[in-house]
Design a protein around this ligand. Structure first.
Ligand code: DX5
Ligand code: ZN
Length: 223
């Protein structure tokens, strides 16, 4: 049975002119973690933030920071994102570096490892690593931008991975990243998603995020 939804605020669509305030706003709104989208302009055709930004907003919240590395060379940066204040570091199975070596490096830095796969990537690319990571981030958009539409065709792959995890009694949690909102979070949760990454559906509104976070939790529970 999929656990209670964990809401992870993606700051990619937050106001970068006042990022620490935006992290505080999500924290006050009752989210469970902060999701920081790191892009290198190579793995995806966009550039966002480096360790210095993680360091800058770290004092703004006590919540776990999940750094999502959409970069070609995660091996070279794992330790730097760990030192900057990440609690969980998730990288892509499609990245250039050896997947097991990156997991080793994240663990050596004392942080929790996560692995992500793009919508077009087959489930069997990540199956060998499910017993080594805490988070399996299933992309439901093509990475690079917030505000995209949820790709529902990914749901059968998510269900297959959920069955694999449950069949082997593994601890890893499934994360869902991209286009998660009040309309899509129920299907994502029913397919095995627990860690719900929400960007524009949160930061699209001004003021107190508490009502939106509560509505997302309620919508997730609707099977
Ligand atoms: C996309 C990022 C996602 C995205 C989520 O590459 O990994 O975290 O920003 O934002 P929304 O919820 O707007 O799709
Ligand atoms: Zn992300």
């Amino acid at each position: 049975m999929t656990g209670a939804p964990h809401i992870s605020a993606s700051i990619l669509n937050a106001d970068f002119g006042r990022l620490a305030d935006e992290v505080r706003r999500a924290t006050a709104g009752g989210v469970d973690s902060i999701h920081l989208d790191v892009m290198d302009g190579h793995f995806v055709d966009n550039l966002t933030m480096g360790p210095v930004v993680v360091e800058a907003v770290r004092p703004a919240s006590q919540l776990p920071f999940h750094s999502h590395l959409m970069i070609d060379k995660p091996l070279a940066y794992a330790e730097r994102f760990a030192d900057a204040g990440s609690d969980l570091i998730v990288f892509h199975v499609e990245a250039d570096d050896d997947t097991a070596a990156v997991i080793d490096a994240i663990e050596r830095s004392g942080k929790r490892p996560g692995i992500a796969l793009n919508p077009e990537t087959r489930a069997d690319a990540v199956v060998p690593f499910l017993d080594r990571v805490d988070l399996l981030l299933v992309m439901t958009v093509h990475p690079g931008w917030g505000g995209q539409a949820f790709i529902a065709d990914v749901l059968p792959k998510m269900r297959m991975l959920r069955d694999e995890i449950e069949g082997r009694g593994l601890e890893v949690e499934i994360g869902v990243d991209g286009g998660v909102n009040l309309e899509t979070i129920g299907d994502a949760h029913a397919a095995g998603g627990v860690v719900m990454v929400v960007g524009s559906a949160l930061y699209g509104s001004e003021g107190d995020l508490e009502p939106t976070v509560a509505a997302l939790r309620a919508a997730a529970a609707k099977e």
